[in-house]
Design a protein around this ligand. Structure first.
Ligand SMILES: NC(=O)c1ccc[n+]([C@@H]2O[C@H](COP(=O)([O-])OP(=O)(O)OC[C@H]3O[C@@H](n4cnc5c(N)ncnc54)[C@H](OP(=O)(O)O)[C@@H]3O)[C@@H](O)[C@H]2O)c1
Length: 270
């Protein structure tokens, strides 16, 4: 092929066609799909025709409404991830409903303000709850679905961590940062350990993203401080995070298994 023919062929290459992402007949569980980043992920996956198990703890109306709008037999599933038996029940309920799972998105998370003035018992309980929801429940769901993914010969896990895992956070959110660091190590271990059995595992590490969780921080420290910390002139919105999750869920990024994708408006560049 001549250079001219080569460039003509490239002009008509089918590469762009592969960017049309369809998750038709794929089942995706999004934890904490009822609000914030999780909600935007559900909406993005719905636009690609996925069947979505929209998990929630308290926001039932929002989760049910989202599932109904998503269509394709998407449904809402309730579980308080503080309680280990409910985590296992969530996994069982999703498999009972659909008979399969293709992608697990561990997005649900919480954060608490800690201070040296707190009673030790209060501090300890805050650390335990943070680690339980942000890390242990995510690991528990991985444990529940990995054998299923192995049987299927295919499965993807997208873990929503945080830039705090890499650059640390303010001391008031030390438990939160530690939980996200654990999530990154877990995700990398799954990627390296189960790749030959068809499992791919990724981390998305958002920076400050405009949600209820972030509002707590804004109320405490002010929006000016947040804006000073980012390179762009606009706060990251949940819709700025969601497309990356779709991309990772699609299979187009499988050879990046183990990776972390930073979405932090240039506030932490590495
Ligand atoms: N916003 C940020 O700046 C930021 C930055 C980096 C990383 N992240 C991470 O992104 C993820 C989503 O955060 P977000 O900002 O969207 O938070 P958010 O607006 O506070 O929403 C949290 C979601 O998690 C669910 N959830 C909270 N506690 C739960 C529990 N005990 N059991 C089950 N579900 C629970 C909530 O469900 P209900 O509404 O039903 O209670 C809700 O759907 C989290 O993992 C967070 O750490 C956020």
């Amino acid at each position: 092929m001549s250079i001219r023919e080569g460039s003509a062929a490239r002009q008509h290459s089918p590469i762009l066609k592969t960017m049309h992402i369809s998750l038709k007949d794929k089942v995706v569980l999004v934890t904490g799909g009822s609000r914030g980043i999780g909600k935007a992920i559900v909406e993005q996956l719905a636009a690609a025709d996925a069947t979505i198990a929209v998990h929630y703890r308290a926001s039932q109306a929002s989760a049910e409404h989202l599932a109904e709008r998503a269509g394709n037999d998407s449904r809402a599933f309730q579980a308080n991830l503080v309680k280990a038996p409910e985590v296992q029940e969530l996994a069982s309920a999703v498999l009972a409903a659909y008979g399969r799972l293709d992608v697990l998105v561990n997005n649900a998370g919480l954060s608490f303000f800690e201070s040296p003035d707190q009673r030790e018992s209060e501090w300890l309980s805050l650390w335990q709850t943070t680690l339980q929801v942000n890390l242990v429940a995510a690991a528990h769901l991985c444990r529940a679905f990995i054998p299923h993914f192995i049987r299927q010969g295919d499965g993807r896990i997208v873990n929503i961590a945080s830039r705090a895992a890499f650059r640390g956070d303010v001391p008031a959110y030390m438990a939160y940062a530690a939980s996200k660091g654990g999530m990154v190590a877990m995700s990398r271990t799954i990627a390296r350990g189960y790749g030959k059995q068809g499992i791919k595992s990724f981390v998305v590490a958002p920076g400050f993203t405009h949600t209820d969780m972030a509002q707590k921080f804004i109320d405490q420290y002010g929006e000016e401080l947040v804006m000073k910390g980012i390179a762009l002139n606009k706060l990251t919105e949940p819709k700025d995070v969601a497309p990356t999750v779709l991309f990772l869920a699609s299979g187009l990024m499988d050879h990046a298994t183990g990776c972390t994708i930073d979405i932090n408006a240039g506030s932490y560049v590495r």
